[in-house]
Design a protein around this ligand. Sequence first.
Ligand code: 5GP
Ligand code: MN
Length: 326
Amino acid sequence: MTANWSEASEAVRQAKSILIVTHISPDGDAIGSLLGLANGLREMGKQVDAAVDGGVPLFLNYIPGQETVLGELKAGQWDLMVSVDASDEERTGEAGKFGRTHSTQVVNLDHHATNTQFGNFHLVVPEAASASEVVYDWLVYMGHPVSQASATALLTGMVTDTLAFRTSHVIPRTLMVAHDLMAAGAPLFDIINWTMVSRPISDFLLWQRVFPSVKYDDGIVSAVILPDDVKAVGLSDISDAGLVSTLVTADEVMIAIIFKVQEDNTVKLSMRSKVGYDVAQVAFALGGGGHKPAAGATVAGTLDEVWAKVMPMLREVVNRGKLMSG
Ligand code: 5GP
Ligand code: MN
């Protein structure tokens, strides 16, 4: 993995117009790193566009600058495109595709170990707990003081990717960065409440429909979400309402997986695992990506076909983990 801090910073210095994109189905870190950087670069006097297919999810609409994010890119030409929190080019969707062909250079800023090293300059830091932390480091590297608007965005990314500082990749430095962002005015209590605690009743109504599909077998728990389940409770089609993260907390469970059946004969997989069990390699082998404890992919086929393909792969991860732990 590489980090071309000086080359990437020089590219920003020379650029007048900059486009920032992130991954589709954006989470708190995708929007946090997007807006943390967009706000910072605008303060530096750059002309900045920020875009992600479908725009900012409702639960993140408190982040300063969110109203500037384009849900669709139809026109434009930029000196530089920066992709944040996306491990491969595909993940940046239509906005990324348009941006690539209308930008002179591309900076790839990310923290996924599965990053494919696309783009002209790389700021890929797998040790970082969130892409937002890499954006923080970059703003500091460029000598730009982090404003309250940027800090609120970046602390959002840190909080959501670490499940409020509860994951194994949190180290003392993570908390130091969070400290700096809080000191810059980011409201930690509100951010945790808005992103981690408060949830609409439709989340529970979805769980109510989905729970009968929950199956547990020797360390692996699974659940199936059908298009009708999502429609019935009026949720957006990307959400599992946090169910997979909850299922993995069961003592006996090493891996939790949700099969989200989609209308185009594909199944979206959402996986979570305990420390020592790597689901990123499974996701990567299926054409997706993510982190060891949280990864996903979209696989073509019926539920039965995808199930038959994926479950043995997860079984192998569990067996290998058992061997390693003696
Ligand atoms: P989630 O289960 O919350 O959708 O995703 C968990 C993690 O896996 C996130 O880091 C997300 O970016 C990554 N991920 C989920 N689906 C895909 C995919 O189709 N491709 C890639 N590259 N990463 C994915
Ligand atoms: Mn992230």
